[in-house]
Ligand binder design. Structure first.
Ligand SMILES: [Zn+2]
Ligand SMILES: [Zn+2]
Length: 375
């Protein structure tokens, strides 16, 4: 770039003038481990009540560390000596394991928490789920989906900060590397923006259900177990592939929003259930995903759910003795699934198809498809 271009907008698309942006990027001090660590500290310090937009006056100033999977009822039931098996994905952790994830023991107080509700709302909103017997009422199933959704939105907003950090990762690198880093950062950023666009829309729809107690607006597919599940989960995703290896939604940059499905596995009173839930708007691909699962026998569904959890959510928690009971090849299979959906490994079209492993994590005795008649 010649002198004349110093005042032109920078090639990286930041909108800043070149001289104020990438002109001397090669000479800058590169990001160090301490920058990554202070970034993850910064992310952890984020606290906000997810319902302050709808109940602003009722919020308390104290933000609690809220469990997405209830601690007293669920995580405790699968824990051993206060620990469960899960992942702690962090940049420095990934560097330590050469870019591989694995399951490790995590204390239940650290597992599955997020600082996304104030003390008043964490208690009040989820009381019907936490303090009353679980009957799988529309209201209880809504609350499960709602809490998981609030966590996803909370994390996505943090990812926006990570995108900003990625943009600085080319400091001290040569010009070609700068180009690669910026194009990676910008596609990551676009992905985050797209997800935020959809999640904010879903949040508005879910907030309105909560406010109007219109709980029959969600559809559910419920699998009830007659013993305590070995794995618990709470998350939401865009269904990309079904359980038979057929393509559903292709992730990319599209104008209209994607369909999203919520899924939760909880335990209560010595048994438990796995629930898929979705808004009527998202019926097209969510029904396809769920129907592809319902073609299997109960035993095959049980294994399919394990494949699904580990391929699609890092908020999956397992009982330590169950994990120990798995064969080495089953453990390797799961470890590989932990990498699915990362930039290193996108979801393969066949990733939910039967892989021949029996995981014995759930004992299904009842299935129910509860389709919302409301639009
Ligand atoms: Zn620039
Ligand atoms: Zn609040």
């Amino acid at each position: 770039m010649g002198e004349n271009n110093r005042n032109k907008p920078c090639w990286c698309g930041s909108g800043k003038k070149y001289k104020k942006c990438h002109l001397n990027q090669e000479e800058e001090q590169s990001l160090a481990r301490k920058d990554l660590e202070s970034h993850s500290k910064h992310l952890k310090s984020k606290k906000a009540c997810s319902v302050s937009n709808i109940y602003p006056s009722a919020c308390s100033t104290k933000i609690v560390s809220a469990h997405t999977i209830s601690k007293s009822g669920s995580l405790k039931e699968i824990s051993e000596n206060g620990h469960i098996m899960g992942t702690k994905p962090s940049l420095s952790g990934l560097i330590k394991n050469n870019g591989k994830l694995s399951l490790e023991k995590v204390g239940i107080n650290q597992a599955s928490t997020f600082t996304g509700f104030c003390s008043v709302h964490d208690k009040e909103i989820f009381a019907p789920l936490e303090d009353e017997p679980v009957t799988l009422s529309d209201k209880q199933l809504f609350l499960l989906a709602y809490r998981g959704m609030c966590r996803e939105l909370f994390l996505k907003e943090q990812n926006k900060d990570t995108a900003n950090l990625l943009r600085q990762a080319d400091k001290g690198q040569d010009v070609i590397t700068q180009g690669f880093v910026q194009s990676y950062a910008s596609s990551y950023d676009k992905g985050v923006d797209l997800a935020l666009r959809d999640l904010k829309k879903i949040k508005i729809a879910m907030d309105s259900i909560l406010k109007n107690s219109d709980f029959s607006k969600l559809s559910h597919c419920i699998f009830e177990f007659d013993s305590v599940p070995k794995i618990l989960v709470s998350a939401m995703i865009t269904p990309e592939v079904d359980f038979h290896g057929n393509q559903l939604q292709k992730l990319g940059f599209q104008e209209e929003s994607y369909d999203y499905i919520f899924f939760n596995c909880i335990s209560y009173d010595g048994h438990g259930c796995f629930v898929f839930s979705w808004l009527t708007d998202s019926d097209r691909f969510c029904s396809k995903l769920v129907n592809s699962l319902l073609t299997y026998t109960d035993e095959k569904i049980s294994d399919a759910l394990v494949r699904f959890c580990y391929s699609f959510s890092e908020n999956t928690w397992a009982s330590p003795s169950w994990w120990d009971s798995l064969s080495e090849s089953a453990k390797d299979q799961i470890a590989e699934r932990l990498m699915h959906g990362t930039p290193m490994m996108v979801h393969h079209i066949d990733c939910l198809k039967d892989d021949g492993h029996n995981f014995n994590a759930f004992k299904i005795h009842k299935r129910e498809l509860r389709v919302s008649q409301q639009t």
